[in-house]
Every structure is written in structure tokens, then in C-alpha cells.
Design a protein around this ligand. Structure first.
Ligand SMILES: Nc1ncnc2c1ncn2[C@@H]1O[C@H](COP(=O)(O)OP(=O)(O)O)[C@@H](O)[C@H]1O
Ligand SMILES: [Mg+2]
Length: 456
């Protein structure tokens, strides 16, 4: 019998415990680590949950991750059913820090889980929590993280699909963890210590699409151009990270509690190199927003396929939330029309048109984004600069108090001073090279508003 060590914390309270991650994720977590480094994970199945010790060993002179089950025997635990019995899983770990486990080595230090793997004790989601929205796979409800209101995205999958959909949700979380930007939804982290996993993010006050439908005709052009600029800036950052969003639409833009527009829903996002065509039926593809080449079975996705969708969102913004290509009733007809436009020589794109309320300068940008030849479409960095110039020279945004978003029910509009502080926060933290005070083309809305105020 192994003597218990002094430490009494349970295994699932240790920093080496990564929760219900997959074998592949464990290997990713241990990539590049020296022999002996380890983590502990749980594996979910409908029959029973198991706990696994994953460590780096040297096999044929190369590092390799070995996965070994820690199995319960009565009230005790053993590794692969072989070694000395321990009264707790943490003791099994401690035992192999003192005894050889791999090819002549012991366990070294555990690899701490990422900081965005949140502890369950800080998360509260009531059974009957207020539902904020959702789709086929997930629902978004209100919850608390460290007593702060948050939005919680959780799976609603059936038992047979849960493992696959858990992977998808984790992928979405990994993407969100990479994307810290003032116009991208703030990600708190993921809950993975219990099943099903949940994504925790900032609680938003409302959606762009419903706001356009309700208030659209009353929203000043300058404010609409500001939305376009915010979205283009967010997407320039996504592109800089070599990521593709793939589901850019007004329904996936939300306003935070200060009325700031942010891009959300990274469920279909991935790095450029990983992207494959949609493995879903035509009915489920957002074809009204998709570039023609993205609808092909052999589609590849990149910044330029997102650029096309961005121009469709500009259309939703200036069309007050009307459905894109509303003269088509079904996706099949749209796909046919897109295919026709791609014929060689390319047919002029007759499909998308700017609505009459669109300022001509915005309409030109849309036309460029809807070029059949990807190479002729602008980049997001071009677009962000173009919209920035429009805000500065032609369509200044309204004063904060006159913004339509300031009147939204759950928005607490900021004062100019607070707005500037918020931007300073972004300046000081992760985005210091993004919002550069000296960079004329990228001045913040707060700076522009100040100028705007001076001009009046
Ligand atoms: N952070 C949030 N705060 C408030 N509501 C949200 C938040 N995230 C999502 N929602 C609501 O849930 C809906 C679905 O969320 P989304 O992330 O787009 O999931 P899906 O992949 O199902 O489309 C959104 O359209 C919005 O109404
Ligand atoms: Mg969505």
C-alpha cells in the first residue's frame, strides 16, 4: 500500500487536470514537452467515465505521448490494473513522480491546463436559466462566472452525437481564445471539467439584425458606416491571425452592454489551411452570404470568401435588416445563379446589388467585394481603411448620446471619458499595436467623435 502524500487536493482540483479533453487534445497539450511531463484527463462514454494519465515518454529515441488508464478497484486506484494500489488518483500521480513509469524515467512536473479552462466552482448556470438564443446544436443561456453575468453556450446534443459536437465546441473555444480584439466578443473561457462542455463569454445586450429591423430607418448613415468599420476591423484582425470566419452575417454581430458592435459565433471558423467544404446539406449552408466559389463541393475558404460575405452584411445594414437575395426563395436557385456567374468567361455578377439607401462610396466597396475573381476583391485591411476614411471625411458617426444603440433597452451608454478609457484599456493590453494613436488611418471611434465634437 502506498503511503499518502501530505497534499490533500483532489486530482480534479490540480492544475495538471485538463478535464474532458480528447486524446488528440492531450497530445497537442504535451507537444514539445520533455520526457516525464504529463497531464490527467477524463474520457466520457455513455457507459462509464474513465480517467487517463497522459505523459511524454521516449519510444525509439523519439518523444511519444503515452495514455494509461487509472482504474478504480474497489475504493482504490491502480495504473493499468498493475501497480501498487493508491487510495486516490492524485496519489497514483505522486507515486510515479518517485518511481519509474516510462522508459527509465519518472513523471516530472505536470503541464498546467490553459488559463481559459475555467473551474466549475466559479460557474453557475441555473436549470431554468434565461435563454438568449440558439440553433440546432447549442443553446445560449444566461449564467454567472465569478458572480459576473455571462452568456453560456452549451450543447444540446443527443448521446450519440455528443463526442463529435464536443470537439466542435472545443474548436470554437480554441478559436475564440486566440481572438482578442475590441470588436470581437470577449471570451471568458470554457467549462470542460464536466460534460457537456460550455463556452462562457461576455453577455451581449442585443443583436444587430433585430436592431436594424426595429430601428433601421432611424439610424444615421454615419452610425451605419461605423458598424461596417467595426466589422471590417474585427475581420482584418481575424485575417491577420490566418483565420477564416465563414459565417459572417448580421445575425452573428451583437452589441455589448455599451452598445459596441462585436463579431460572434466562431462555430464554423478555422485556420485557412484546415478548412474543408461544408459537410452539410445545401439547406443548412448560409448560401445567401456565400461567395460563389465557396459553394462548390471542392470549395476552399480564405479571407476573400469572408470579404464577399462582409459586403452582404453591409447590404443588411443599409437595407435595414432585409434578407439578402430576398427575391430568391430557395437555396438551390441561389446556388445555380452563383454557379452561372462563375462560368468562363465570368459573367458579370448580376446577383447582388446595393440597396438604394446605400451611400455610393459604400456601394463601390460592395461591388469590389462581389468580384467573381477573388484577386480583384479588397482585403479586410483595405476595407477597414476605406471605411475609416469614409467616417472621417464623409459620414462622421453621431455623438455617443445620439447613437441609436445608446437607446437600446439593455445598453448603458458610456460617457466620452469612459469610452476613451475603454479604448485606452485596449491600447494598453493585447491590442497595443492595433490601435496606434499616431496612425491616422486607424484612429478610434472615440478619437473621431472628439474631432467630430470639435468640428460642430
Ligand atoms: N454572448 C451573447 N450574449 C447574448 N446573446 C447571445 C450571445 N451569444 C449568442 N447569443 C444569442 O444566441 C444566438 C445564437 O448564438 P450563436 O453563437 O450565433 O450560435 P449558433 O452557432 O447556434 O448560431 C445569437 O443569435 C444570439 O441571439
Ligand atoms: Mg449564429
Amino acid at each position: 500500500m502506498v503511503k499518502p502524500k501530505k497534499e490533500t487536493k483532489k486530482y480534479n482540483e490540480q492544475s495538471y487536470y485538463w478535464g474532458y479533453i480528447s486524446e488528440a487534445e492531450a497530445e497537442q497539450g504535451l507537444k514539445g514537452c520533455e520526457a516525464g511531463r504529463f497531464l490527467v484527463r477524463s474520457h466520457y462514454s455513455s457507459q462509464a467515465t474513465s480517467v487517463w494519465l497522459c505523459f511524454v515518454s521516449i519510444v525509439r529515441e523519439k518523444p511519444k505521448v503515452v495514455h494509461r488508464a487509472i482504474t478504480p478497484i474497489g475504493k482504490q486506484f491502480v495504473l493499468d490494473g498493475k501497480q501498487d494500489k493508491c487510495s486516490a488518483i492524485h496519489e497514483v500521480v505522486c507515486f510515479y513522480q518517485d518511481h519509474v513509469i516510462g522508459n527509465g524515467h519518472k513523471l516530472a512536473k505536470g503541464v498546467p491546463r490553459p488559463t481559459w479552462f475555467l473551474r466549475n466552482c466559479h460557474i453557475k448556470v441555473e436549470q431554468n436559466a434565461t435563454v438568449l438564443g440558439g440553433g440546432n446544436f447549442s443553446t445560449v443561456v444566461m449564467g454567472k462566472y465569478r458572480n459576473q453575468d455571462v452568456a453560456v453556450k452549451k450543447l444540446i446534443s443527443s448521446e450519440d452525437k455528443i463526442l463529435k459536437e464536443k470537439e466542435d465546441l472545443m474548436k470554437e473555444a480554441r478559436t475564440m481564445a486566440l481572438l482578442k480584439h475590441p470588436y470581437i466578443i470577449k471570451f471568458h473561457g470554457v467549462s470542460i471539467d464536466t460534460m457537456p462542455p460550455m463556452i462562457l463569454m461576455e453577455l451581449m445586450a442585443g443583436g444587430l439584425l433585430s436592431h436594424l429591423k426595429e430601428e433601421g430607418p432611424k439610424i444615421e448613415k454615419g452610425e451605419k458606416v461605423l458598424y461596417c468599420w467595426q466589422l471590417a476591423s474585427a475581420l482584418a484582425f481575424v485575417a491577420e491571425k490566418k483565420m477564416v470566419h465563414r459565417d459572417i452575417a448580421a445575425r452573428n454581430c451583437l452589441f455589448n452592454v455599451y452598445g459596441i458592435l462585436k463579431l460572434t459565433d466562431f462555430g464554423l471558423s478555422d485556420t485557412e489551411t484546415n478548412l474543408i467544404a461544408y459537410c452539410t446539406s445545401n439547406d443548412q449552408m448560409p448560401v445567401r452570404w456565400m461567395a460563389p466559389e465557396a459553394t462548390l463541393p471542392t470549395a476552399t475558404f480564405n479571407e476573400k470568401t469572408d470579404v464577399w460575405s462582409f459586403a452582404v452584411v453591409c447590404g443588411e445594414i443599409f437595407g435595414n435588416g432585409t434578407e439578402p437575395l430576398s427575391h430568391f426563395s430557395d437555396n438551390k436557385d441561389i446556388m445555380e445563379a452563383l454557379l452561372k456567374a462563375m462560368k468562363i468567361p465570368p459573367q458579370p455578377n448580376e446577383l447582388h446589388r446595393s440597396c438604394p439607401e446605400t451611400p455610393p462610396e459604400v456601394a463601390i466597396n460592395q461591388k469590389n467585394c462581389w468580384e467573381i475573381d477573388q484577386n480583384l476583391r479588397p482585403t479586410f485591411s483595405d476595407l477597414a481603411q476605406r471605411f475609416d476614411k469614409l467616417l472621417k471625411n464623409m459620414y462622421p458617426p453621431p455623438l455617443l448620446e445620439d447613437m441609436s444603440t445608446s437607446k437600446m433597452k439593455r445598453v448603458k451608454p458610456l460617457t466620452i471619458a469612459e469610452y476613451e478609457l475603454l479604448n485606452k484599456y485596449h491600447l494598453d493590453s493585447e491590442n497595443d499595436d492595433y490601435f496606434d494613436d499616431d496612425d491616422e488611418a486607424m484612429s478610434t471611434p472615440a478619437q473621431r467623435r472628439k474631432m467630430n465634437r470639435k468640428q460642430k
